[in-house]
Ligand binder design. Structure first.
Ligand code: MN
Length: 242
């Protein structure tokens, strides 16, 4: 049973009321976990923070999903002019879930925004916008379809990611403008893009805690490497029933 985090959104409504407050997640995450043999459950943005612990009691693994930017206050910075939309309630819930899951040594797969949440929850920092990097960066917000790997990444040999993927170079999709700056203590970089942007990190102290900056949930139908990520994650969750 894999808990997938979700976001909030206020949307104009076609029914009798003017707007509706939604809790949502892309179905791609649900399909990817199903395909890998897991039972996906959506963890809503909940108001009672005590419930975070209860949600983790019923799942075997945590998928920190993609979404809007993480508020820089969580890593001690003021907002950069290029900071995008934030979802404060989601930030609070996910930071708590990530900290608790790390404490429990529960398997975590963190995707895009998820890698940012994971790194900051563990004590690391972020670039609020990759223009803050003092070198020419390649295009990390592709215009191509989601399943297409628009840039390459170099995977560090001997890492968990390398063991899963079995290659040192693959192409991944890219839909981000934030990135990991300083990986949290106890974490190592497991992949970088050719411009040096960190594309994956993993914990050295946990059994399966992996964050990727790309979106494997949009690639698994065509990319065996992306499919292998979900398979390995679900397998790790099977081994560690909570
Ligand atoms: Mn990228």
């Amino acid at each position: 049973m894999i808990g997938i985090t979700s976001g909030t959104r206020i949307e104009a409504s076609a029914s009798l009321r003017d707007y509706e407050e939604l809790c949502y997640i892309s179905r791609d995450y649900i399909r990817a976990i199903e395909e890998a043999g897991g039972l996906p459950v959506i963890i809503p943005v909940h108001e009672d923070r005590e419930l975070s612990r209860e949600y983790l009691r019923v799942v075997d693994g945590l998928l920190l999903a993609g979404g809007v930017d993480l508020s820089p206050h969580f890593f001690g910075e003021e907002p950069h002019p290029k900071l995008g939309s934030v979802d404060i309630e989601r930030d609070e819930v996910e930071m708590e879930l990530a900290r608790l899951a790390l404490e429990l040594d529960m398997p975590i797969l963190a995707i895009c925004r998820g890698i940012q949440v994971l790194n900051v929850a563990a004590g690391g920092t972020l670039y609020q916008d990759i223009s803050q990097l003092d070198r020419t960066v390649l295009k990390h917000r592709q215009s191509a379809v989601g399943w297409y790997g628009s840039h390459s990444i170099e995977i560090v040999e001997g890492t968990l990611l390398h063991r899963i993927v079995g290659k040192t170079r693959i192409r991944v999709n890219s839909f981000h403008h934030q990135a990991v700056k300083d990986p949290a203590k106890g974490f190592r970089v497991s992949a970088t893009a050719p411009d040096g942007v960190i594309e994956a990190i993993e914990s050295e102290r946990h059994r399966f805690v992996l964050g990727v900056q790309f979106h494997p949930e949009e690639m698994w139908r065509r990319s065996p490497e992306a499919a292998a990520l979900f398979k390995a994650f679900v397998a790790a969750c099977h081994q560690t029933r909570f």
